[in-house]
Design a protein around this ligand. Structure first.
Ligand code: GAF
Length: 389
């Protein structure tokens, strides 16, 4: 029971009672690399969570304890800036963003830890940022709403982790609803919940075990390539302010001017936005076969046009394809490693996991880590004694 463990560790280290907050990681059913293109995404918060114990300490210092690493990082509030301790940067980035918004952050203590696997593409970093932002907002009575907290956490990631991410991960962690995926329109910020029929279908994650060093640099490159595409299209079509506005015929008409790489990036994004809308319609109609087909199509686009997959992810999708009870599979998240998302009929989950693990072992000579997911609610406080994931 991590909440009790984290809270106890806080009391033991700092000697007073903290506020306890849980912050979930996320899956994304479909809509990858669309968030920073003003597009549509369809994520959900899952029962892989980070728990925070946070309290004001009456000093001008911040004391951060990463429980799972058993590492303490201490810094004066006047000295908050990005440093060499990566895990601390996510937290300090949140402090800096609060300060920039005029919130006077006093000294505080924070212990955090949980079961979101690191580097698996489940947005442990967003969970870390959102959990602390939520806790400090509560403790300080700063009055920021969930959207403001998500945007603040996103800005922390930009400035302290150097990843020019979109809003999806932070939004999912804060706005998740149990049993539902949430469609976010990243331009209007309108959102709508769609029930996910968990009794009949499960979302199973297969971890490629690959943590690609290029993930953040290539991510930022993709953003630039999309922006380059918009710059070309905007010269011909003044209504195109982002790839959300672009159409496939427009791309085809200017393929040479875009250049092959930029054309392919844009082609993927335009198609993926359409797939998200189609997936929402299929979900509403209870047509999970179509949802599954859209997952396969999304993977093909991410692999061939957007070029953010890797051999291990492609292999996992190939292994899942055609297996009993599997409706669809694709790589999930930013790419270059992390997990595949598999839509599997509930009755076949055990067989799916066992047979995938056996085939993965036979091919790569190493074990396959898999995670079964439950879709849960977004960041919240935890009452003393309350169980969390
Ligand atoms: C990462 C980013 F943080 C998200 O904003 C999103 O762009 C995702 O990659 C790809 O869909 O998780």
């Amino acid at each position: 029971m991590p909440a009790t463990r984290i809270s106890a560790a806080f009391q033991q280290r700092f000697g007073y009672a903290p506020l306890v907050v849980r912050a979930p990681g996320r899956i994304n059913l479909i809509g990858e690399h669309t968030d920073y293109n003003d597009g549509l995404v369809l994520p959900a918060a899952i029962d892989k969570e980070i728990t925070f114990a946070v309290g004001l300490n009456g000093t001008d210092r911040v004391r951060l304890l990463a429980h799972d690493k058993d590492e303490l990082h201490e810094v004066a509030l006047a000295d908050v800036r990005p440093g060499p301790v990566q895990w601390a940067n996510y937290l300090l980035g949140v402090v800096a963003q609060l300060q920039q918004r005029g919130v006077a952050v006093p000294g505080f203590d924070c212990v955090f830890g949980g079961n979101v696997p690191m580097g698996a593409g489940l947005s442990s970093s967003a969970a870390v940022e959102c959990g602390l932002a939520f806790a400090l907002n509560e403790l300080l009575g700063a009055g920021l709403d969930r959207l403001a907290l998500a945007q603040l956490a996103q800005a922390a990631e930009h400035q302290y982790a150097g990843v020019q991410c979109g809003l999806m991960d932070q939004f999912a962690s804060l706005f998740g609803r149990a049993g539902h995926v949430v469609q976010l329109d990243c331009r209007s910020l309108a959102y709508a919940y769609f029930p996910f029929e968990a009794a009949r279908y499960h979302l199973v994650l297969c971890n490629s075990g690959v943590k690609h060093a290029l993930a953040s640099s290539e991510y930022n490159t993709r953003r630039q390539e999309c922006a380059a595409g918009v710059a070309v299209l905007g010269r011909h079509y003044p209504t195109v302010a982002s790839l959300r506005d672009a159409t496939l015929p427009q791309l085809a008409a200017h393929r040479a001017e875009l250049g092959e790489v930029v054309y392919r990036r844009c082609h993927y994004v335009v198609q993926e936005n359409t797939r998200v809308a189609q997936a929402c319609a299929a979900l509403a109609a209870g047509d999970m076969v179509t949802v599954g087909q859209l997952l396969y199509a999304s993977h093909a686009g991410l692999r061939d046009d957007y070029a953010v997959s890797c051999p291990e992810l492609d292999k996992l999708v190939a292994l899942a394809t055609g297996r009993p009870g599997v409706l669809g599979a694709r790589m999930m998240g930013g790419g270059f490693g992390g997990c595949t998302l598999n839509l599997v009929e509930a009755a076949h989950v055990t067989g799916f996991i066992e047979s995938m693990a056996a085939d993965f072992l036979a091919f790569y000579r190493r074990g396959l880590e898999t995670y079964q997911t439950v879709i849960v609610g977004g960041v919240s406080t935890v009452a003393p004694g309350e169980a969390v994931a």
